[in-house]
Design a protein around this ligand. Sequence first.
Ligand SMILES: [Zn+2]
Length: 143
Amino acid sequence: MAKRLNGHLKKTDLKKLKNSLLAIEERIINKQLTKNVNFSIIQKSDNKDDVDSANNNILISNDLRFSNRERLYLKKVKNALKMIETDEYGMCTDCGSPINFVRLQARPTSELCISCKEENEREENQNAGGRTSKSLGKTVSLV
Ligand SMILES: [Zn+2]
């Protein structure tokens, strides 16, 4: 497939979007640094008190799962920044239509246009039952 370039975005708008992406990137990185500090505090208190250790383990696994999601988000942000450099940013990765600025401003990591996104969500809702029971099973095995 030929590359589609984002002719629909003004240079000034692109700059705004790039700035918000950079701000998000910085926020996630700062948050992860803070979280690593919390993580070591939890480990220390774990050694002190065996009674609470089960609770602490759950806390840690929830924490890791959360930062996994953030790592994924950070990857999306970095990818979006890369696509700004190559003028591919703001194009729907599914149908290739331009994604409008208002949508990008609300969510700078958007990779799908509104109509593809809505179709995507409909499919997700249809599969939601199966997915929920799967993740429940995971939680049970962790405890
Ligand atoms: Zn689309």
